[in-house]
Ligand binder design. Structure first.
Ligand SMILES: N[C@@H](CCC(=O)N[C@@H](CS)C(=O)NCC(=O)O)C(=O)O
Length: 330
């Protein structure tokens, strides 16, 4: 019995610290970092994926030689032996040319917005990757690394950390000429990291039922032991409900939903009537906004956002453009 109680206490502490390192907030005498955290799963384990026109178009726009090498690659299903053979060959060609990064492993929490940013990028470019779901309580899957957050990506064993840096580095490998300093794209990528992500936690943990909905998803999809799953849902929801009130203050948010709707409208205004910020194809800012919103899309806050703002149309276009999860173990 005592052991059980101790485990709950331990788990509570672990959740507090594990869900707590993103957005930094003082709590009493101890300076604790509190979360930005987290939500929903996005890669819905499809049995198929495709190397689509989307990436080809994007590359054609800025690098005809790369576009040439990807031309002719068509949608395929990994469940189909013939089409797999065809597209494996095509991807082999790309790899041989140093276009697609090889042996990519993403260490992630399924629900982490930063991880989902990286995923949106990998999925859009149809980069095959392996997912290692990290247990947020003991993080044993990333014990090998000095970096204690996710996402971590390894490419042929080389470690990359921090979602934006990871995306920059991967893109530069595929596309050395890409201008990462293009003003509008850079500005909106910064907006995602400095504003949009801070609006999410207060929304998904806004009420007790919403906090429970969020944790139900997190614990169902994340890497938790049976015992952790049982206890994390309720202790995590309770803790994050309280933490989200502090985050609200820290980021000067008075009305969570108004802040979320405001951000969504701000983004739609930024599009200025264009299909994507990147015009006919998503750019890195489109992928970043989409990536961090994707985990909340089917939570109450995401449903409300789509219902009460104009973001739905862009979001649907992004879903189509990004396509299926290109994780090889999906
Ligand atoms: N700036 C980093 C932030 C990464 C981050 O804070 N990740 C959270 C998960 S959403 C984390 O790993 N927190 C530490 C923990 O869970 O212990 C990035 O963009 O990748």
């Amino acid at each position: 019995m005592m052991r059980g109680v101790n485990r709950v206490v331990f788990l509570g502490r672990a959740i507090r610290s594990d869900f707590a390192t993103v957005s930094g907030i003082s709590s009493g005498a101890t300076h604790q970092q509190l979360p930005q955290f987290t939500l929903y799963g996005t890669c819905s384990n499809p049995s198929s994926h495709w190397l689509s026109q989307k990436a080809v178009d994007h590359l054609r726009f800025s690098s005809p030689s790369i576009a040439h090498s990807v031309a002719g690659i068509v949608r395929y299903s990994s469940a189909s032996a013939t089409s797999v053979a065809h597209d494996d060959h095509a991807k082999e060609t790309l790899r041989a040319e140093g276009v697609l990064p090889k042996d990519v492993v993403l260490y992630q929490y399924e629900a982490c917005p930063f991880c989902n940013k990286v995923k949106a990028f990998l999925d859009f470019y149809d980069i095959p990757y392996k997912i290692v779901e990290v247990n947020p309580i003991n993080k044993k899957e990333i014990k090998w690394s000095d970096y204690k957050k996710v996402p971590i990506v390894t490419v042929d064993g080389e470690q990359m950390v921090d979602s934006s840096d990871i995306i920059d580095k991967l893109l530069k490998r595929m596309h050395p000429d890409y201008d990462l300093n293009a003003d509008e794209e850079k500005r909106w990528r910064g907006w995602v990291d400095n504003h949009l992500v801070h609006v999410l936690s207060p929304n998904i943990y806004r009420t007790v039922p919403e906090a429970l909905e969020s944790f139900d998803y997190i614990t169902t999809r994340g890497n938790f032991s049976f015992f952790e799953r049982l206890t994390a849902k309720y202790s995590g929801a309770a803790i994050m409900y309280l933490v989200s009130k502090k985050l609200k203050k820290k980021h000067n948010i008075t009305d969570e939903r108004a802040a979320l709707y405001g951000a969504a409208e701000q983004w739609v205004d930024a599009l200025k009537g264009r299909k994507f910020l990147g015009e006919s194809n998503p750019n890195l800012a489109d992928l970043a906004v989409f990536g961090v919103l994707r985990p909340i899309r089917h939570l109450k806050s995401g449903r409300d956002m789509v219902e009460h703002t104009r973001i739905g149309r862009w979001y649907s276009e992004m879903e189509q453009a990004v396509g299926q999860c290109s994780s090889i173990d999906a």
